[in-house]
Structures are given as C-alpha cells and as structure tokens.
Design a protein around this ligand. Structure first.
Ligand code: PRP
Ligand code: MN
Ligand code: MG
Length: 181
C-alpha cells in the first residue's frame, strides 16, 4: 500500500494533543453530569475515534448509541437536507444525551441533529465536538464542549476522511491539494 504521509501537508493537531484535550473535556463533563447517567450518541462514521477515546476517558458509567446521517446528497457541499441512514436503538425519554462529533464544518448536520434529538423527549441534549471550523460556519451551533477551533482547510485523520480514506491516521493533518485536485 502507498505511504499515507505522501498525501499530507502539515500536522495540525497531534494524537497527544487530542488525548490531553479529551481528558480536559472529560473532567468538565464529569463535573457537569454529577449523579446523572449519560447517553453518548456518536455520529457515524467520523465520530468513531472521538467516541472511543472520550468514553474511555470518562470515569462514571456511560452508555453509547450511534446514528448515521447523510447531509451531502450528490454534491460535495453540505446541503442542510439531512437523511437518517441509521437511527438510534435507544428511547431518549428522560435521558441525558451528549452528542459526540468529530467536526463542525458548516454546522448544518449538527444543527439538524440537535433539533431532531430534542424532539424525542430527552431530559437534556448537549454537544461535544472535537473540532470546529469557525470560518466555514453557515449556522451557529450551540456547542457545550469544544476541543479545537481550526482553520478552514481540508483536514483528515482521527476519524476525518477524504473519500472514506485517512480516518485511521492518529494525528489530524492538512490534506495535500494534489490528492483532490
Ligand atoms: C462530516 C463530519 C461531520 C459533518 C460536518 O461527516 O464527520 O459529521 O461532516 O459537516 P457540516 O458541519 O458541514 O454538516 P460526513 O457527512 O462526511 O460523514 P462521515 O462522518 O461518515 O465522514
Ligand atoms: Mn460525520
Ligand atoms: Mg466524511
């Protein structure tokens, strides 16, 4: 197989920086949810790595569930029209839901998801996102826990893909333009 490194420019956030940040967020979450059971909802597939590491960093008992949504019809631009490809298995009634996402780009996916989950009778619904691109925002998303604000560049790794590739990189890096141009 071809070396992944040839497709990458600079490393933006290292695995160690990600783990340190998730530990910091986990301490805040533990304090905020003291005495309450948390249902972590991961958004497939990008959030798989964040979910795995955040869940193991949290000391209290948590449960995990997953949703798969599609917001990118045929084009490469997020349309804001979101389809559920895989729904939750859990009933949200009375639950404290924490949505776990890898990145907020335009914000359209999470803004739709927040509305959708809030309509299901949960006791609370909050968002934890590891990355956010403030310069790409089309809608403001009320995020309770945010890891890093990053520049509006094409980044991959730690769950983030380009055409389903690069998700298994440990660090987050800028994709070299020759890959997509
Ligand atoms: C990516 C990313 C977020 C979403 C952010 O998912 O993982 O879920 O886009 O974009 P937005 O803020 O502009 O809506 P994608 O739809 O690529 O699916 P994936 O998680 O399977 O890669
Ligand atoms: Mn995603
Ligand atoms: Mg993707």
């Amino acid at each position: 197989a071809r070396e992944i490194e040839a497709d990458l420019n600079e490393t933006l956030v290292t695995e160690a920086e990600i783990h340190a940040k998730l530990a910091e967020l986990a301490r805040r979450i533990e304090a905020d949810y003291e005495g309450r059971d948390i249902l972590l909802v991961g958004v497939l597939k990008g959030a798989v790595m964040v979910m795995a590491d955040l869940a193991r960093e949290l000391r209290p008992h948590v449960t995990m569930d997953w949703m798969a949504v599609s917001s990118y019809g045929a084009g490469t631009q997020s349309s804001g029209v979101v389809r559920i490809l895989k729904d939750l298995d859990s009933d949200l009634t009375g639950r404290h839901v924490l949505i776990v996402e890898d990145i907020i780009d335009s914000g359209l996916t999470l803004s739709w998801l927040l509305g959708n989950l809030r309509s299901r009778g949960a006791a609370s619904v909050e968002i934890c996102a590891l990355f956010r691109k403030p310069d790409a925002a089309k809608v403001e998303v009320p995020v309770r826990y945010i890891g890093f604000d990053i520049p509006n560049k094409f980044v991959v790794g730690y769950g983030l893909d380009y055409a389903e590739r690069y998700r298994n990189l440990r660090d987050v890096a800028v994709l070299a333009p020759h890959v997509y141009s």
